[in-house]
Design a protein around this ligand. Structure first.
Ligand SMILES: C[S@@+](CC[C@H](N)C(=O)[O-])C[C@H]1O[C@@H](n2cnc3c(N)ncnc32)[C@H](O)[C@@H]1O
Length: 325
């Protein structure tokens, strides 16, 4: 097998060039002796190699990798911290400041390890009304549309244009398990429809799925078709505070930073009595409920920590039961 022999002091620099040019054979172990490092290479005639070192014939041991973080270590020589989500065949990686110099190596490792189409980096927090974030393309093919599979449903979406988090998968199944056939449901901040489609696919229900982001509703419509729930889910492109629906048995409110501003509206949707799944960043909602309780009876049935949205800051869900007086 072919290898590239370079002086030890040049090894780090050369490794970066090999990785960047996709010439390093990362299925084989790098060899080292006192003065030299020999890299396994996948292309012996590449122009870029000429100035880097000597091409040699070598036997390289295959690399036995146990996990992704070991692959990153093999590519960078560093124990780096990062976290990621996989949405369809795209990875969205979060890299702390101190590991940013190695973002391309982390992305390459992710793409190789999980056989993905593309890797993007979170380049901002989620912002604005549509709750999307800036993404930096790192590796693979710069195509941000994908199809994600979750609990047997298909969700088509563009990671750059809509909000979607696979970390809510457990939560969606938890809500589904509470829904009964015959319910009328309002999904006030539906996005591309992960709650609505999952429920519609598994229950005999009617769901109004509302979102203000035209791209979210564009994909929601496609997801309704993809999952064949046309007769159960009604997509609505609008600000939910302007949508009038009466008689709901259940309302889903997944807009954690602002959902408290829409609670009165959610109660308006509810029939004489019904459930509200209230996602919020507030751990204690008694103050929020105090004013509403002047008009209606509201019981907190259950509270759950859903996920961390910033270091040691959490999103909670409160399952509420509302009885109108
Ligand atoms: C946190 S995302 C949740 C999306 C979806 N429920 C999910 O789990 O993927 C919140 C969504 O609410 C939408 N949104 C924000 N304000 C809205 C409003 N006033 N009326 C309707 N949709 C709104 C955003 O466009 C975004 O898609």
């Amino acid at each position: 097998m072919k290898g590239l022999r370079v002086k030890k002091r040049d090894a780090e620099k050369v490794k970066k060039i090999l990785i960047k040019n996709k010439i390093l054979d990362n299925k084989r172990k790098v060899k080292r002796d006192r003065d030299y490092v020999i890299f396994p290479i996948s292309c012996e005639k590449c122009e870029v190699l000429k100035s880097l070192g000597e091409i040699v014939e070598e036997d390289f041991e295959p690399l036995e990798r146990k996990n992704l973080y070991e692959l990153v270590y093999e590519l960078t020589g560093k124990k780096l911290k990062f976290s990621f989500d996989i949405i369809g065949n795209i990875a969205i990686v979060e890299i702390p400041e101190e590991s940013l110099d190695y973002k391309h190596e982390i992305a390459e490792a992710l793409l190789t390890f999980h056989k993905l189409k593309a890797v993007y980096r979170k380049a901002s927090e989620v912002y604005g009304r549509t709750r999307i974030r800036k993404l930096e393309f790192l590796f693979g093919k710069n195509e941000s549309e994908t199809i994600h599979k979750e609990h047997g449903i298909l969700l088509k979406l563009d990671v750059k244009k809509v909000y979607f988090s696979p970390r809510l998968s457990f939560e969606r199944k938890r809500i589904l398990d509470m829904v009964k056939d015959g319910e009328l449901i309002v999904d006030m901040f539906s996005g591309v429809g992960p709650f609505s489609i999952l429920i519609a696919k598994n229950r005999d229900v009617k769901i109004y799925a509302i979102d203000i982001n035209p791209w979210a509703v564009y994909y929601l419509r496609q997801n309704i078709e993809l999952n064949k729930v046309e007769n159960k889910v009604v997509p609505i492109l609008a600000d939910c505070s302007r949508v009038n629906i009466k008689g709901a048995d259940r309302v889903i409110m997944n807009l954690p930073k602002e959902s408290h501003l829409y609670l009165e509206k959610a109660i308006e949707y509810i029939n004489k009595a019904g459930f509200i799944h209230f996602y919020t960043i507030y751990e204690n909602i008694e103050d929020i409920l105090r004013k509403l309780r002047e008009k209606d009876e509201i019981k907190i049935l259950n509270k759950r920590k859903v996920k961390e949205y910033a270091p040691r800051k959490y999103i909670y869900v409160f399952d509420l039961f509302v009885e109108k007086m």
